[in-house]
Structure formats: structure tokens, C-alpha cells
Write a protein that binds this ligand. Structure first.
Ligand SMILES: [Zn+2]
Ligand SMILES: [Zn+2]
Length: 332
């Protein structure tokens, strides 16, 4: 029997279509679909020795006299940092200059790694750089929202093989981000506490969608997952902004992130994915009603007409089965 499920924060609905259900292992990627990458490529702008092909580093982590991680401005950014944030009218239409700050985190000099296969030190460097640059961008005063994300693989929209993440700071909080904030604020006004914290309590009680629990984090496949293997990492301590994470939590976060991506890498044979850190807008850095998290969306299906038309996603796999599958992947 198919069922509707509601995302308790955004109030969006999904359809879990068990009639057309696929078993989690049916999403296994074909072996050999991805050619193995070389450790270094002469023509890769992010490989060691090609530093002059990127703008100068904004942040560098060194190891043994050479760089281990670099953050550089995005040369091909859709937004530019020298413009104004002024809104303008063109007749009845609203517009603004394309102001924004876009940066690329080059996570390692090794061309052929990804978070699932890196040394833990490289993953720690990466999340440490996220926080460091987030704080630096937030201080510019012209920014309302900072989005950290990683596009992995062609289906996830990346053109560059070299392991990297991105960060884009915008002077706009779009409805897609604002609407769940309204909802969570409303819920907080009604019930007096954070709806995400309540959701986590419920997930812990039900257990069936849990993938992993550590002292500081919960990993789970959400009740109203929009697509197969959607997986989220939530901090157990209530904080609305990613930038408020402590050093100790950050180091644990690196391990949790790597293990979760490794479950997907091993379990599904290296699928493409996007992950996004959803942190509160700058002005809501310390609020009771928002709770930051990281969401991983493996690119296993394509939204079609019904999804685009209604925003109601049809998910053919039970999140409970995906969570169980991920829990059972042997990652060590
Ligand atoms: Zn490279
Ligand atoms: Zn919370």
C-alpha cells in the first residue's frame, strides 16, 4: 500500500510507493562504470604543481612543507564579490546585482581520493576549513546565507574530478530555505522547543531509521525521505548554526561524515551524490527554532513531471530498509 508521509518541519509531503518498491540493493552501481582516476593529472587545476591555475589561496593547511588543503576563490563563480547588494526594480520586476562570494575547498592534493577513501586527517582538515571560512565570510557583513556543499560525480553536477567542496555566500535567503524556518519558528512558538530536537527523540524511540549514533551526532534516513538513501547527520546538541560547532564536535563530525559516505561508497559501489550543510541564515545564528544538519542525497533517481509539478516526491524505497542496509554495510 502506498502512503503519504509528511516532513514534520517543512510540512512537505512525499509518497512512499511500496507497490513499485525497489530493494535497496537494486541501486547498486555497475562495477567499472567509473574509470579509476590517476593520483595526479597534469591538466587538473587543483593538482599539486598547478597552483598558478587558480586564484591565490585564502586558506592553506600545510603538511611536510607542502600544502594539504587549499581554499581558493571560485574562478568560474556565478556570483561576484565586487558588486553591490542593492535591490533594483525593472518596471514591476525585482532584481539585484549578482553579488556573492564563492569559494572552492580543494580537500587534498591527491586527485583520486574522495571523502570515503581519504585519510581521516584530510576529512578533518576539510570540515575544519568549512568552519574557518564560514566564520570569515559571515564577518564580511554583506552576507545573509552561507551554503556549504559537495557535488560528487557527473550525475551530481560536477565537472571537476579533483576532490573538492564549495561554499557560496549570498545576500539573499530564498523561500526554499525560509519556508522551513517559518514552520520551525511556528512550531517553537506553539510547543516551546526545537522541532528538530523533538524529531530526533522520536527517531531514537522508533530506531528503525537510525544508521549510527555517536556521543555528538545522529545519522538517519528521514521518515519522509524524498529519494532512496537520503541520509542526514544531525548534531545532538541543539545549535542553529554550523559555525557554532566546537573543535571536539568538529573532529567527531569528520569521522561520522566519512563513515556515512563510506557506507554508501561500499554498499552501493560509489554512487554520485550531493551533500549540503543546512545552517541557519547569519541573522539566526543562535535561535531556538532552527537546528543545523548535513543532508546527503545520492543521485540514484531523477525527479520527473509529478515531482517538478507538485513538489511531492515519489520515493520507491522505504527509508527503514535503506537505514538497515546502511547499518549492515561493513566499513572496517
Ligand atoms: Zn587533480
Ligand atoms: Zn534543536
Amino acid at each position: 500500500m502506498p502512503e503519504f508521509r509528511q516532513n514534520m518541519v517543512s510540512k512537505e509531503w512525499v509518497i512512499i510507493a511500496t507497490e513499485r518498491a525497489k530493494r535497496p540493493d537494486q541501486f547498486l552501481q555497475k562495477k567499472g562504470e567509473k574509470a579509476p582516476l590517476p593520483p595526479h593529472r597534469e591538466d587538473c587545476p587543483f593538482c599539486r604543481g598547478n597552483e598558478s591555475k587558480t586564484p591565490p589561496s585564502l586558506l592553506t593547511i600545510e603538511k611536510n612543507g607542502s600544502w594539504a588543503l587549499r581554499v581558493v576563490p571560485n574562478k568560474f563563480a556565478a556570483l561576484q564579490s565586487h558588486l553591490t547588494t542593492q535591490r533594483k526594480h525593472e518596471g514591476r520586476f525585482l532584481k539585484a546585482d549578482g553579488f556573492g562570494i564563492a569559494e572552492v575547498i580543494i580537500e587534498t592534493p591527491a586527485h583520486n581520493r574522495t571523502i570515503a577513501t581519504m585519510d581521516i586527517e584530510e576529512v578533518r582538515n576539510t570540515v575544519w576549513a568549512y568552519k574557518k571560512r564560514y566564520l570569515a565570510l559571515a564577518e564580511t557583513g554583506k552576507i545573509d546565507l552561507i551554503t556549504i556543499f559537495r557535488n560528487y560525480g557527473e550525475r551530481a553536477g560536477t565537472s571537476l574530478e579533483h576532490p573538492h567542496s564549495q561554499m557560496i555566500a549570498t545576500p539573499i535567503v530564498p523561500p526554499h530555505v525560509r519556508n522551513p524556518l517559518y514552520q520551525s519558528q511556528l512550531a517553537c512558538d506553539t510547543y516551546g522547543d526545537c522541532i528538530y530536537c523533538g524529531m530526533m527523540e522520536e527517531e531514537k524511540r522508533q530506531q528503525v531509521r537510525m544508521v549510527e549514533e555517536t556521543p555528538y551526532f545522529l545519522v538517519l534516513c528521514p521518515f519522509a525521505s524524498r529519494s532512496p538513501f537520503e541520509t542526514r547527520i544531525y548534531p545532538k546538541i541543539h545549535r542553529s548554526s554550523f559555525a557554532s560547532i566546537t573543535e571536539e564536535e568538529l573532529m567527531e563530525f569528520a569521522g561520522v561524515l566519512q563513515r556515512t559516505l563510506k557506507r554508501l561508497y561500499v554498499g552501493l559501489n560509489d554512487p554520485d551524490y550531493n551533500y549540503i550543510i543546512r545552517s541557519a541564515p547569519i541573522e539566526d545564528t543562535d535561535v531556538k527554532y532552527h537546528h543545523w544538519y548535513l543532508v546527503i542525497v545520492p543521485k540514484l533517481t531523477t525527479p520527473a513531471g509529478f515531482e517538478i509539478g507538485t513538489g511531492i516526491y515519489i520515493n520507491t524505497t522505504l527509508p527503514e530498509q535503506c537505514a538497515q542496509f546502511l547499518r549492515e554495510v561493513s566499513i572496517q
